[in-house]
Design a binder for this molecule. Structure first.
Ligand SMILES: [Zn+2]
Length: 187
């Protein structure tokens, strides 16, 4: 019995599709599954198109106990995956799920809007401090949320979804090693 079970497990392992397997062709990344280890319902295959954009901004975390309470800067990298089950069949985007250049343009428009600024939560600075910084000409962009990588992952997900993209995942890197992702529930 033990041998039989071992054989079954070994066979299953051999026959299991490799998850996260991707092939990079002409800068397009095609993956069978949107994220490693994720099995799609009914075994439906999915195309994933990915791109990245960077911006440089300062932030701080009010009420945080640690060095991130102080103003500091990051090169933020936003990585987006858009998904589609079918490729366009006609026109200039034939064989694509979305136009890669349009996707990059849309993401860069959002990251450019935050570039070289202080991104902060509304009310995180005293009114006088904020006014003094503005008087000095510093660019301040306020958000109704704490400026964490997690919140920005959701922010970029919402903005890109509003822009008509079928977003599978957004990841925001604070550093090359620290990343937060937002993945919506499957519909
Ligand atoms: Zn930080």
């Amino acid at each position: 019995m033990r041998l039989f079970l071992y054989w079954r497990l070994s066979t299953a392992a051999r026959e299991a599709p490799k998850v996260g397997n991707s092939v990079n062709r002409c800068c397009r990344v095609f993956k069978k599954n949107p994220s490693p280890g994720k099995i799609l319902k009914g075994g439906i295959s999915m195309y994933i198109l990915s791109t990245k954009a960077d911006f440089d901004s300062a932030h701080f975390l009010k009420d945080y106990e640690g060095k991130c309470a102080n103003i500091h800067g990051h090169r933020w990298t936003v990585s987006i995956d858009v998904k589609g089950k079918k490729l366009t069949e006609t026109g200039s985007t034939r064989g694509m799920i979305v136009d890669f250049s349009e996707l990059k343009k849309s993401l860069r428009k959002l990251t450019k809007a935050l570039d070289h600024s202080l991104i902060m939560e509304e009310g995180a600075l005293k009114k006088n401090t904020e006014e003094a910084l503005s008087d000095e000409g510093f660019r301040i962009i306020k958000f109704p949320f704490r400026p964490t990588a997690e919140n920005f992952a959701k922010y970029f997900y919402d903005k890109m979804t509003e822009g008509g993209y079928n977003v599978a995942k957004v990841s925001v890197y604070e550093t090359p090693n620290n990343v937060a992702s937002f993945i919506p529930d499957e519909d």
